[in-house]
Design a protein around this ligand. Structure first.
Ligand code: FRU
Length: 921
């Protein structure tokens, strides 16, 4: 597993975990546990504000809850809409103080029936379908008011009742309780009853309408303190002579509240009517938390008047200050909670950071360790590489010294060669001019002459190469006409080209192309390229030299339609000492490499493009003018007479020996035949000439052709070069030795590869003999004779008795062939129509091949062999079985007993019957 993967495997789960923790924190902070809706009939008066404050105070203990509040502003219609909206929003519980009982009953029932708990507070609906009720007993309040007034007036007087909103349950119930209480007092009369709708101004309007009744009134009961206050104002405005007692409901503490009104004697008494806000919220949570709760939560009331108002106020202010304390503590608590939350968050972040730090720290440590390990191994490798590099440098320095020494040696030797070669050349040329000698040894003299030039060329190339490569020879350039120069060189090849009917043309649009070059060097390039083209172009071919000039360069293309090269061959053609594996006709491997160096010295380029069997183009590009500031040698002209002389070492080598490309049997038909496969025409001709005096000779100048000839002619022996164009001698041998048609033919491989390993390799290739060049002809001839003689010994063995199981034939293929051949003959001895074609068909080779193979292995013709086997079998039958002569005649495939008798007698000097008699007697 890679570090990258390990990191990913560690980090991803960690990050995921952290996200989950953070998400968890957010969730706890934001998600409300319950949604509680509160629908208030009116929210603007003191009593209702207190109710809301109480609720909020209680809710602060439940921070999870979500509280939705709506004020219907004394409108039942609006209240219905608001409840509907709450239901749509989705609430868990509804608290409602219905404006009027009847109109709100429907929506409350609907809510309840949906399974949403409903708490009715203060005012009621007309139905029992609610979950819980919180509020004081309004009937009881009305009754307490009636009783209080009754006893205060001592059972006598006139009373005015100012009622709340008609249809609202407290107004109905308070009125009922009030009238029920007053019924006990016979002398008390309710003079007037008006609806003040719970509001001060409405009450005042209504009271002003009953002023007459007010004049005689002794007491007034208003259903709440707000209306009681308004009533007092109306009474005051009337300036009555007597005091009218005013009684209200609510007794709210605080500014403008009923308690203050009683204390300031604005009103005479008030009945405590608790808002129930706190109780409503506690009940709500009991319901939501599925705890026990009471359906009817009735709150207590009492009368506040001058006798207890002070105590009530004191208690209230005490409660108020406690309330404030609670509020302060709550806000402190809230602050603490926030601090706690933020600390929790910080803690979480710290924990996460710590975990990450540990993870990353671990990884960093691991990487550090890994890095150290890698560094250590790199250091070791580095040291190894350094020491290897040093060794290599040492070796290369030593190799350079050795190469230098070798090259010096070669150069010196090459120089040494020149003198003896020249000394051989002159006498040979003298001898060639001598007609007498020419007629005796002309052919050999020509061969010697040609090869002296070849050696001279090689020696010169070695020296030139050495000069350029190691002495960094500078060129002595002078401006000359390149077209004339190349034309002269081309002319020296003209004779050779004409002889072989090769068209040799030079095409140039310009007659004069002035280029700076060193004639003594550049000529080698063109000599080389042209002699190559001629060497690899077949008779009747075409060679063309084309000049193309542009503003900066001149391009000289030498194109032939010769044998061309394979791409890999062309790629290496300029490499030093490069030789194609199976083609020694390419030369020393120095010529083209040298040419390239010379062209580079002229700041030019040389390229080759070639296609096998289609031809080759060498393109040289040389710069025009003297852009490289060669030493100016004015007036130095080209020595054109020298060109002809210099060209000799290139053109002489091209002189082809008289060789036909087709294989030829040279000389008269001889008993035994030899196939020579050799691409060096001189050597081929030499060997063919020499061996032709003793054997029938076939020749081939490339591998493919040689192999085809071997199959067609089935010679008695094959001499082949190892390095050949088309197919190597080793491959040819392998093919021959693994084919039943030719497996018996002895093969001699000739090679210039002289190392022991190469010789062992050659012998391993199934060749019978491996001879290293230069070889001695007599040794070769002796080897040929020896191999053919061995073949004869084998033949004698085979012919003595083919059916004999033990044969010394080491070559299993030949053994198999002989077994098959003998088997077929044995099976067909009785068949008088049996002939050679039958055997050819069965074995699968041609008549000639069969004939040659049988002759080579058994030394007799096929028919002789068959006849021999028939007679031998006849002899055996005559000897051992009791058949008659005529029976035996047909058993051994003779057409008539007479003919059998004649043949038998010719072989054994007695007739079959005489033979049988001799045996039995
Ligand atoms: C406030 C109020 C109180 C009264 C109650 C009856 O809106 O008028 O004064 O006691 O409502 O529902």
């Amino acid at each position: 597993m890679t570090l990258h993967h390990q990191l990913r495997n560690l980090l991803l789960p960690t990050l995921f975990m952290l996200l989950m923790v953070l998400a968890g924190c957010n969730k706890a902070a934001k998600t409300a546990q319950y949604k509680i809706g509160f629908s208030q009939c009116v929210g603007s008066d003191l009593w209702r504000r207190n109710m809301l404050d109480e609720m909020k105070m209680e809710l602060s203990l439940h921070p999870d809850a979500h509280f939705i509040y709506a004020d219907a502003d004394n409108s039942s219609k609006k209240q219905i809409e608001q409840v509907k909206q709450m239901l749509d929003e989705g609430i868990d519980l509804l608290i409602i103080s219905p404006n009027e009982a009847q109109p709100l009953t429907g929506i409350v029932e609907q809510t309840y029936n949906r399974g949403i708990p409903v708490i009715i507070i203060d005012r009621k609906t007309s139905s029992d379908l609610y979950t819980a009720y919180v509020g004081a007993d309004n009937y009881q309040i009305g009754k307490m008011a009636g009783e209080y007034i009754g006893s205060n007036l001592r059972g006598r007087g006139n009373i005015i009742e100012v009622m709340g909103l008609p249809g609202s349950s407290p107004a109905i119930e308070r009125h009922r309780g009030f009238t029920d209480a007053l019924a006990k007092f016979k002398n008390i009369q309710i003079k007037a009853q008006v609806y003040g709708d719970w509001l001060k101004d409405h009450a005042q309007i209504q009271l002003n309408l009953v002023q007459q009744d007010l004049k005689t009134a002794d007491a007034l009961f208003a259903h709440n303190d707000v209306m009681a206050n308004g009533s007092r104002e109306v009474l005051n405005n009337m300036h009555l002579s007597h005091h009218v007692k005013v009684l209200g409901v609510d007794a709210m503490p605080g500014v403008g509240g009923g308690l203050q009104m009683v204390a300031s004697k604005t009103i005479d008494a008030s009945l405590v009517y608790p808002t129930g806000g706190k109780e409503a919220i506690t009940t709500a949570f009991r319901i939501l938390n599925k705890e026990a709760f009471a359906k009817e939560n009735i709150l207590q009331s009492l009368v506040i008047d001058s006798s207890n108002v002070r105590l009530m106020k004191m208690q209230w202010s005490k409660i108020n200050s406690q309330q404030k304390d609670i509020e302060r503590q709550q806000s402190l608590l809230e602050e603490q909670r926030q601090v706690y939350n933020s600390q929790q968050l910080i803690l979480n972040i710290i924990v996460i950071t710590l975990v990450l730090a540990i993870v990353f720290g671990g990884l960093a440590f691991y990487w550090l360790m890994e890095n150290r390990k890698i560094n250590r191994s790199l250091e070791v490798k580095n040291n190894e590489i350094l020491s290897q590099r040093n060794q290599l440098m040492e070796m290369s320095a030593r190799a350079e010294v050795a190469t230098e020494a070798k090259l010096n040696f070669f150069t010196n030797i090459s120089h040494e060669f020149r003198t003896p070669l020249t000394l051989i050349l002159s006498p040979v040329e003298d001898m060639m001019e001598n007609e007498k000698l020419n007629s005796i040894a002309g052919k050999n003299l020509k061969l010697i002459h040609k090869n002296i030039f070849r050696l001279l060329r090689l020696v010169n190339q070695l020296i030139d190469y050495r000069k350029i490569e190691y002495d960094k020879q500078q060129i002595n350039a002078a401006p000359n006409n390149l077209v004339d120069f190349v034309t002269d060189i081309q002319e020296s090849f003209r004779h050779n080209a004409r002889k072989r009917n090769i068209s040799l043309n030079l095409i140039s649009s310009e007659k004069n192309i002035n280029v700076w070059f060193d004639a003594n060097m550049l000529d080698k390039v063109f000599f080389n390229l042209l002699s190559n083209s001629l060497k690899f172009t077949k008779d009747n071919g075409r060679i063309q030299i084309t000049f193309t000039q542009n503003t900066q360069n001149v391009e000289i293309a030498i194109q032939d339609n010769g044998i061309g090269m394979e791409p890999e061959e062309a790629e290496h053609i300029f490499d030093q000492f490069y030789q194609v594996d199976n083609d020694n006709a390419r030369g020393s491997g120095l010529g083209l490499s040298l040419s390239k160096e010379i062209v580079l010295l002229h700041h030019g380029t040389i390229k080759v493009s070639s296609k096998k069997w289609q031809g080759t183009i060498f393109t040289i590009t040389l710069p025009l003018g003297n852009p490289y500031n060669y030493n100016v040698q004015p007036g130095k002209l080209i020595d054109t007479t020298g060109i002809g002389e210099r060209s000799r070492i290139y053109t002489n080598d091209l002189e082809q020996s008289e060789i036909k490309t087709e294989t030829t049997a040279i000389g008269n038909p001889k008993e035994q035949s030899i196939l020579i496969i050799e691409d060096n025409a001189d050597l081929l001709i030499y060997l063919a000439d020499k061996l032709g005096t003793v054997y029938e000779v076939f020749t081939a100048n490339n591998g493919v052709h040689g192999l085809a000839e071997a199959f067609e002619k089935v010679p008695d022996l094959i001499i082949s070069d190892v390095v050949l164009p088309g197919m190597s001698g080793k491959v040819i041998t392998e093919n021959l030795k693994t084919d039943i048609r030719t497996s018996h033919i002895p093969v001699i491989l000739l090679t210039a590869q002289a190392s022991v390993e190469q010789q062992i390799d050659g012998i391993g290739s199934m060749a019978d003999v491996y001879m290293v060049k230069p070889f001695n002809y007599n040794q070769l001839l002796a080897t040929v004779k020896n191999l053919l003689k061995n073949r004869m010994i084998l033949k004698e063995h085979f012919t003595s008795d083919v059916s004999h199981g033990q044969t010394p034939v080491s070559k299993s293929l030949d053994k198999k062939f002989l077994n098959d051949f003998a088997g077929i003959v044995e099976q067909n001895l009785a068949n008088e129509n049996f002939n050679v074609d039958d055997i050819c068909k069965t074995i699968g080779i041609s008549r000639v091949q069969l004939y040659r193979k049988v002759k080579a292995l058994l030394g007799c013709s096929i028919t002789d062999y068959i006849l021999n086997r028939r007679l031998k079998k006849a002899k055996y039958l005559l000897n051992n079985e009791g058949y008659s002569i005529s029976e035996i005649t047909y058993m051994v495939g003779f057409s008539s007993p007479n003919y059998f008798s004649t043949v038998f007698k010719a072989r054994y000097n007695c007739t079959p019957s005489e033979f049988k008699r001799k045996q039995t007697s």
